[in-house]
Design a protein around this ligand. Sequence first.
Ligand code: SF4
Length: 139
Amino acid sequence: MNVVKWARSKSPWIIHFNTGSCNGCDIEVVAALTPKFDLERFGVLLKGSPRHADVIVVTGPVTNQVKERLKRVYEQMPSPKFVMAIGTCACSGGVFKDCYNLCQGVDKVIPVDIYVPGCAASPEAIIDGAAKLLKKISG
Ligand code: SF4
């Protein structure tokens, strides 16, 4: 493993984007970051700007209204960049699948590296997804 990959895998900075979630998955993402589940032990840090983030964590089905914004935020991230789809809605549209105002899951708009299913996705599942992503980043 080269030193850049090693460094990146030790400090994945993330940005959180809600594309139409009911907020259930957002609360679980926040719970995963808090000291009880302590996602930060892997070096994960929540940032406010896509320009500072390596990973975009997306929750919710992608509505037509937010589709272009999601693309724009993704394009503003420096490469290499990674995408985690959190919750069944982000993975496939979930309970909102085939709704008239959706383009379904996140992978219909931007490429997804890790899918974390669940309604809502539990903090344990989110941590498991993060561990898989770190393996991919360092691989
Ligand atoms: S997967 Fe469930 S909890 Fe998460 S945004 Fe969809 S409906 Fe809400």
